[in-house]
Design a binder for this molecule. Structure first.
Ligand code: AFP
Length: 319
């Protein structure tokens, strides 16, 4: 049963006023995005915006809207020194003395699903700016101060970690995210694996054998079932709640993986670890990886400990 604890109150109590303001801005912006998504069919918001972003992807109108709303909301927060967005080639730097955090985000992940009314999400991470901005955001994800995501689903839920556990907040009718779950834990092993099976022929052999093993009962005799939405936040949210593994392996088309290290893999890895799960890029923990650039891609295997560690063993063994 939801209590009346808002995101801001929760964060202020555990991490202080400045971070509370960052989360209040994110929550406000995501509330606006949720409203826009809910009414998408009634406004002129479906479809392509007509431009291609830095990733070479067609921007959807809602990508652009979500990016603007988050940029404006975070730009008004005194302690935010800069933002890094999937939609912007370079970081947006706010010239202010009190800036101590950079917020890194994917404003609307899975946006190609919008037109068919399938769940989409916002993913974000907060890092401390120490010295040079770029060096600060590229440092390994283990140094993230906080991370979270919003899943725009049948209900709109914001999940966050401040580095001490995981909590969820549900958007109410008045537009406020209220605490709906605290101390969330991921099952140690789950019933599902989640991957784009259409790309399996071009995965490294260890990944193909691993998934065949999951289906064939190699992990404790369980025969895993498949679930794949193609919207990372939704696939991750199910994995967090039900357990199992989400994997986006290297492919021939994307040998380094498709997903982005800074604003997709790192925040979800932090949440997974804080909930008792794990996240690797293959042989290595996601949170230990350095980044060479803000839009760097990675393979991502995230979920329950049993499945992720089994994958890691398989990849290390294949080397
Ligand atoms: P879009 O934002 O372009 O829809 O990409 C979504 C995404 O980055 C992520 O949300 C999914 O997990 C992944 O792509 C799905 O990729 P495939 O279509 O290659 O399975």
């Amino acid at each position: 049963m939801a209590d009346r604890t808002t995101v801001q109150a929760y964060v202020v109590e555990r991490a202080g006023e400045p971070l509370g303001e960052v989360f209040a801005a994110v929550a406000r912006a995501c509330g606006e995005i949720a409203k826009k998504i809910r009414l998408a069919g009634l406004g002129d918001v479906y479809g392509a915006f007509g431009a291609v972003n830095v990733q070479g992807e067609q921007q959807q109108k809602l990508d652009v809207f979500a990016n603007e709303v988050l940029t404006q909301a975070l730009g008004a927060v005194e302690c935010v020194a800069a933002i890094v967005s999937e939609e912007d080639e370079e970081p947006v730097v706010f010239d202010r003395p009190g800036g101590r955090y950079a917020v890194v985000f994917d404003p609307l992940d899975g946006s190609s699903n919008i037109d068919v009314n399938v769940n989409v999400g916002t993913i974000f991470s907060v890092v401390t700016v120490q010295g040079e901005l770029l060096a600060s955001v590229l440092r390994p994800g283990a140094e993230q101060v906080a991370a979270g995501y919003v899943v725009y689903g049948p209900s709109c839920v914001l999940v966050l970690t401040l580095g001490r556990g995981v909590a969820a907040f549900t958007l109410d009718e008045a537009g406020e995210f209220l605490l709906s779950a605290d101390g969330m834990t991921m099952p140690a092993q789950g019933p599902y694996y989640s991957a784009n099976a259409a790309t399996a022929a071009s995965w490294p052999a260890a990944y193909r054998a691993y998934v065949a093993g999951l289906v064939g009962g190699a992990l404790g005799g369980k025969a895993y079932s498949a679930r794949y939405i193609g919207s990372l936040v939704a696939d991750f949210h199910r994995t967090l709640l039900k357990g199992g593994v989400f994997l986006y392996p290297p492919t021939e088309k994307a040998p380094k993986g498709k997903l982005r290290l800074l604003y997709e893999a790192r925040p979800l890895a932090m949440i997974a670890e804080q909930a008792g799960g794990a996240a690797v890029s293959g042989a290595e923990a996601i949170l230990g990886l350095d980044a060479a650039g803000i839009h760097e891609r990675t393979a991502l295997i995230v979920g329950s400990k049993v499945e992720v560690e089994a994958l890691q063993r398989a990849v290390v063994g294949a080397k």
